[in-house]
Design a protein around this ligand. Structure first.
Ligand code: C5P
Length: 414
């Protein structure tokens, strides 16, 4: 799967001697598949676990092991490997990082290709400790970690669990999706929305009938989650207010789980009070049962039917609009319109009525767009410009397109 943020990014992946090296092979493979250019440095002890050929095979590039090696293949900006590796790199990732390498990096030592490259490189450093729990907790290791973090390095916290030794503790290297999530956050630091707070809502609200039943709709939350990921990749701080429990939360987002429209309203008001951008991708139920039964509603032999009285839910965007007139927050508001007829006309009037900066219009009558599927076909209306009809795109692409449009709009707005 390609990842836009990783396209043509040059990542120097430095691997050290831990059994967790096998996970770094998967990481190198997934980063390469996602579009990154991965140059691997292996320490001597890393080569006791896997060979350079393993990394060469998954990255399709030379692997560097020797401080005295020169690069004649021309894959680096200069033939002096320890300078060429860092030169022009977007990120130096030491994964897995042993206690020994962490100590050397903290002390500024330079006795192998990895540590010399780390001194020469000007790009950010991210590192993921992997070691026995006792070693990780040791005051010397903790001191070294702090030194690196205070110097601006990004720490990927090790996980707690079972070690190869059979002991349990904190020191395990996280799995690939977590590592890639942390790498994305590191690369996004200079993104177009860096320093901005974005609130995204996702999923259909669930309106309780009794303690076990609810009324809801077909919204899968996929478009909202894709927008949250795109905002993260643009460097934003993201709160994701969601009714969905089954989708992986994009790494770096703060999840605020909700069920009903009323709960979503409260969460949106709290989260967007200081936010730059609110994106209401959620399918909020217009109606909810008038009363919620305290106990499960039971059928009897005589029960022939059940009538539910529904009452109107608050309109979250209208409530936000009123507050925004006084506070000025959120600075930008984006709504969605799911329509089965007259998409453009209905969306245009919704944009004005709900006081939106952008509105994403969705034709839910098309089978390849809208609810549950991975693709979407939308129109994008803006307060400031002409409507745009976008072709069939993945929800990821729609999310990235929308975030790019918003980022350009905020740049003008400031
Ligand atoms: O009016 P309609 O439901 O078509 O508007 C859709 C947009 O309004 C979406 O962005 C949705 O999240 C938002 N909405 C809301 N509160 C409601 C219903 C919808 O904020 N009660």
């Amino acid at each position: 799967m390609t990842i836009t943020l990783l396209q043509h990014k040059r990542i120097v992946l430095a691997v050290t001697g831990s059994i967790a090296v096998y996970k770094a092979v998967d990481l190198a493979s997934k980063l390469t598949q996602a579009g990154a250019v991965v140059d691997v440095i292996m320490t001597e002890s890393a080569q006791k676990f896997v060979t350079p050929l393993t990394f060469q095979s998954v990255t399709g590039r030379s692997v560097y092991t020797d401080l005295w090696q020169t690069d004649h293949a021309g894959g680096l900006p200069t033939h002096i490997a320890h300078v060429g590796l860092g030169e022009g790199a977007d990120l130096l990732a030491v994964i897995p990082a042993t206690a020994h390498t962490i100590a050397k990096l903290a002390a500024g030592m330079s006795d192998d290709l990895l540590t010399v490259t780390a001194l020469a490189a000007r790009c950010p450093l991210i590192f993921a400790p992997a070691m026995d729990g006792g070693m990780y907790q040791h005051a010397a290791t903790q001191h070294n970690l702090r030194t690196l973090v205070e110097r601006g390095a990004i720490l990927i916290e090790p996980e707690t669990g079972r070690f190869a030794s059979g002991l349990i503790g904190q020191g395990r290297l996280p799995e690939t999706p977590t590592l890639i999530g942390a790498i994305r956050r590191a690369l996004a630091r200079q993104g177009a929305l860096a320093g901005q707070k974005v609130v995204v809502t996702a999923g259909g609200t669930r309106e309780a009938i009794d303690p076990v039943r609810f009324v809801s709709n077909h919204s899968s939350g996929k478009q909202g989650y894709a927008i949250a990921q795109a905002a993260l990749d643009a460097g934003a701080e993201v709160s994701l207010i969601s009714t969905i429990q089954s989708l992986p939360v994009p790494i770096g987002a703060t999840l605020i789980p909700v069920n009903s429209a009323q709960e979503m309203l409260n969460a949106v008001l709290t989260e967007s009070a200081q936010a730059d951008i609110l994106i209401m991708a959620a399918a909020v139920a217009d109606f909810r049962p008038e009363t919620i039964a305290d106990q499960k509603i039971k059928k009897t032999d005589e029960t022939r039917g059940l009538t539910l009285n529904l009452t109107r839910n608050p309109d979250i965007l209208q409530t936000v609009k009123q507050g925004r007139e006084e506070s000025g927050f959120p600075r930008i508001v984006v709504g969605f319109a799911a329509e089965s007829e007259n998409l453009v006309a209905n969306a245009q009037s919704k944009l004005a009525r709900k006081g939106l900066d952008f509105l994403v219009g969705n034709d839910i009558s098309a089978s390849d767009a809208g609810f549950a599927v991975d693709t979407n076909r939308v129109i994008l209306l803006s307060k400031a410009g002409e409507p745009e009809t976008l072709p069939l795109m993945s929800k990821t692409e729609v999310g990235e397109y929308l975030i790019d449009r918003i980022a350009r709009y905020t740049a003008i707005d400031r």
